[in-house]
Ligand binder design. Structure first.
Ligand SMILES: Nc1nc2c(c(=O)[nH]1)N[C@H]1C(S)=C(S)[C@@H](COP(=O)(O)OP(=O)(O)OC[C@H]3O[C@@H](n4cnc5c(=O)[nH]c(N)nc54)[C@H](O)[C@@H]3O)O[C@H]1N2
Ligand SMILES: Nc1nc2c(c(=O)[nH]1)N[C@H]1C(S)=C(S)[C@@H](COP(=O)(O)OP(=O)(O)OC[C@H]3O[C@@H](n4cnc5c(=O)[nH]c(N)nc54)[C@H](O)[C@@H]3O)O[C@H]1N2
Ligand code: SF4
Ligand SMILES: [Mo]
Length: 745
């Protein structure tokens, strides 16, 4: 078991360090009435689980006390996602299980669509209703007209159901609103995406460059730990962020960039590396395509030019480029995770990918390693039917680089006045709170109201559940099995989630819910098993393990097949048109996009307005944990970061409540407290995401802090993938809540 000291080490990277740690370990507010019951740490009382408090999915063991209550969750020592240690949020997992505000029974809306009045019904009634509506819409408009908007582990069960009834119209905000652009950026450079966990070799890196990535507040566990180790080993960190993030506080260089100008900085770094002969010539000669074009392209982009765009002094641009070159190839220019920023996001991440290539970091120790995963066969079932149309038919004409369904485009296809050639008529919303995660809430609501029916599968009464015709309450991750987690990492691993306790209330696991709907639709042949244990055991036996073994060990490692890194001079084929790393992208060129990244100006805030930037707090995952009694105890509201110059101008005091009004006149429903700090540029304000929840049934979260999502009404669409850039919104700070008429004008 891990010691307290180990835990301090990772938590120290989180803002507040010890302040975060203490309650995270003790949670001593009497939340557990049975706290005096001793914990049974024997193997008999522990069950393997996979944390679902965020999407990093750390493998762990849940421990129960002698009364059978889950008291503690401890990371599985051999797991590569957690390395035996959970983050504060994961430690607070039991709070998700024992939150009394949970959804407890299936709910059916009574009365008109959108009136938010529900009655409790039996599972029979709820599932019959869902199956009947699915069949009605399917027969009338085609099953392709039913969209699945999803996230998290449960999504996989419903994706199978959807493919079984002939719809491939599935999309996640975790792609179009998150990592889609960076995947496209890297695919168009290396012929391979980044994936999750990111294969960045931070333990061995000598230099790490973070462009907006706020690791430490972004608590993706393995990365935080690897960064800690890298720092202990003397790794230099360069942080580019308009805000002095926790990562910036660990950095040798903090470059407080003018928001939206990152591509200018990236081009200037390329300029220095190329024109001062600091790039990896052998690597580029052997592996890259289009170097001469790139050299000509970046010629004008000197640090002096970039200074006029970014506010970063030329000498700092040069010094940081020299740091990277000195460390190369053991250097990581981090690809980022949430990359939907300004609408030129694929181009920005392409620029990051190219910079890594100039430094020879891809495939090198201390740079990017080659991850491997084990292929586990699917439980045999007949071939899925071929849909008549898919998301591609309404996406690829315009966003040619989209590689999966795009949430906002499926939403566009759901609007009454859509111009798209195919229409969506019904939604399944599984484990995603679309009201908070998709920009332009009014549009999402309009689409919701236009649907023939909406089913929501969730654990909590979040905002989206209020728009459902039927709400199906899933049990939490601690009460269920799911499909196996197969990890792409330095070593391939498989991990098991199994129930630590029986489902509480009248809740059911996602695999069961999706199967019951499938059976009611006559899709028995796609569910040729009795329960998920049979599926898991069969799958595990294909790779030489079994459910019985996995119940004991939780995580199993397998041998790698290929080397982790490239040897110097080794032949290597990249999966691009040219077989090389494409500094000049032949695919982007063929699709009519810029083949090399181009800097474009973005709108800047007018007088009296500040750019709204957002991010994470270490102790919460979006809105999904704000009501968690254990994590709410650590942080129950967000604060608006304001630069002292602006505070003086507006006569604001720390702790004062203010409202926000954006460029389109939208006023925040709830006030937020001001935090005056030098740690943010004067032209921006910072508001952590996930707060300002509007469903009153979430007792602890309701009305605490303000929601960035409400203020994000202007969207800059990434022209390659169609994802929504959300950082082009500007807000005024109001010391009083304006009257409604004024707010609506
Ligand atoms: N304004 C704004 N928008 C954003 C972001 C932002 O920072 N600001 N971030 C973007 C990013 S990076 C991402 S990845 C997306 C994420 O957006 P979402 O995918 O919507 O993620 P969450 O907000 O965590 O919502 C998850 C929902 O799943 C429910 N849930 C939790 N556990 C379970 C479970 O076990 N089963 C079921 N069935 N439901 C469960 C929660 O109650 C919640 O309603 O949002 C994007 N949108
Ligand atoms: N605790 C916690 N950790 C999480 C999550 C969570 O909910 N809670 N969510 C996870 C998920 S799904 C994701 S996608 C990641 C997201 O985390 P990351 O990918 O690390 O970060 P982003 O959300 O892209 O960016 C946030 C940072 O960008 C800075 N920023 C804003 N505008 C600009 C700009 O124009 N240029 C530059 N250079 N910087 C700018 C902000 O000040 C902030 O520090 O976090 C993950 N980790
Ligand atoms: S990073 Fe934290 S919240 Fe996310 S899966 Fe791991 S322990 Fe859970
Ligand atoms: Mo994300």
């Amino acid at each position: 078991m891990k010691t307290r000291r180990d835990f301090i080490k990772i938590s120290a990277l989180a803002a507040g360090g010890l302040a975060v740690l203490k309650p995270a370990l003790s949670f001593s507010s009497g939340f557990f009435p049975d706290e005096e019951v001793p914990l049974d740490e024997s193997e008999a009382q522990r069950t393997p689980t996979i944390c679902e408090v965020c999407f990093w999915n750390c493998a762990a063991f849940a421990y129960k006390d002698r009364k059978g209550k889950v008291q503690k969750i401890i990371g599985n020592d051999i797991d590569l996602h957690s390395k035996g240690r959970l983050c504060p949020r994961g430690t607070g997992g039991p709070g998700m299980l024992y939150d009394k505000d949970r959804l407890k029974k299936p709910l059916l809306r009574v009365g008109k669509p959108g009136n938010q009045k529900f009655k409790e019904v039996s599972w029979e009634e709820a599932l019959d209703f869902v199956a009947k509506k699915t069949r009605e819409v399917g027969e009338k408009y085609g099953y392709e007209s039913i969209a699945l908007l999803d996230h998290g582990t449960t999504a996989h069960h419903f994706e199978h159901l959807f493919k079984s009834f002939g719809s491939d119209n599935t999309a996640e905000p975790a792609i179009a609103q998150c990592l889609g652009a960076r995947e496209a950026g890297f695919i168009n450079t290396y012929g391979a995406g980044i994936g999750s966990p990111e294969p960045t070799d931070l333990r061995n890196a000598k230099c790490l460059v973070l462009i907006g990535s706020h690791i430490g507040e972004n608590m993706h566990n393995g990365i935080v730990q690897d960064m800690s180790t890298g720092l202990d080993r003397g790794m230099t960190v360069i942080t580019v962020d308009p805000r002095f993030s926790t990562a910036a506080s660990k950095s040798k260089f903090w470059l407080p960039i003018k928001p939206s100008t990152d591509i200018a900085l990236l081009l200037a770094w390329m300029h220095v590396l190329i024109y001062e002969d600091l790039y990896d010539k052998d690597y580029i000669e052997q592996y890259a395509y289009g170097f001469d074009e790139l050299k000509a392209h970046v010629r004008p982009f000197t640090p002096e030019w970039a200074y006029t765009k970014t506010d970063i002094p030329p000498q700092d641009i040069r010094k940081t480029a020299y740091e990277m070159a000195k460390a190369a190839p053991s250097v990581v220019i981090h690809p980022g995770r949430h990359t939907a920023w300004y609408g030129d996001d694929t181009q920005r991440t392409r620029a990051i990918a190219i910079l890594n290539a100039l430094l020879g970091a891809w495939g090198k120790k201390g740079g990017y390693y080659f991850p491997e995963k084990i292929r586990i066969p699917r439980f045999p079932h007949p071939k899925y039917p071929e849909p008549e149309w898919t998301w591609k038919d309404i996406t690829k004409d315009k966003y040619k680089g989209a590689f999966t369904g795009v949430t906002n485009i499926l939403i566009d296809a759901s609007l009454p006045d859509t111009k798209l050639k195919h229409k969506i008529k019904a939604w399944y919303v599984v484990a995603t709170n679309l009201i908070q995660s998709i920009p332009d809430q009014e549009k999402t609501k309009k689409a919701l109201q236009n649907m023939e029916f909406v089913v929501v599968v969730d654990t909590m009464p979040t905002e989206i559940t209020g728009y459902a015709d039927v709400v199906l309450p899933e049990c939490t991750y601690l009460e269920r099995y799911d499909y196996l987690r197969t990890t792409r990492h330095k070593i391939p691993q498989v991990a098991l989630r199994m129930p630590a306790v029986e489902p509480m209330y009248d809740t059911k696991p996602g695999w069961w819910i999706s199967r019951e709907i499938g059976l009611r639709l006559g899709l028995d042949k796609y569910f040729p098993w009795k329960d998920i244990e049979e599926v898991l055991d069969w799958q595990l036996k294909q790779v030489g393990s079994s459910l019985e073994e996995m119940k004991k060990v939780g995580v199993k490692s397998f041998e790698r097949e290929e080397p982790l890194y490239l040897e110097d001079g080794e032949d290597y084929f990249f999966n691009t048109n040219t077989g090389k790393i494409e500094l000049y992208s032949t695919d982007l060129d063929a699709m009519g996009y810029d083949p090399m990244p181009v800097y474009r100006e973005h709108p800047q805030p007018e007088d009296g307005f500040y750019r709204l930037i957002y991010g994470r707090v270490p102790m919460h995952t979006f809105g999904r944990t704000i009501n968690n009694p254990l994590l709410n105890e650590l942080r129950d509201e967000n604060h608006l970061w304001v630069n002292p110059k602006i505070a003086k101008l507006l006569d604001l005091k720390t702790g004062q409540e203010v409202w926000l009004r954006n460029q389109d006149g939208v006023v925040s429903t709830f006030p937020v407290k001001v935090r005056i700090t030098e740690r943010i540029r004067f032209d921006s304000v910072y508001l952590p995401h996930g707060f300002g929840q509007k469903n009153k049934k979430m007792g602890r979260a309701y009305g605490r802090g303000a929601a960035d999502s409400e203020m994000i009404t202007r969207v800059e669409i990434d022209d390659v993938t169609g994802g929504t850039g959300m950082r082009g919104n500007f807000v005024e700070i109001l010391v009083e809540k304006p009257q409604k008429e004024e707010a609506e004008s």
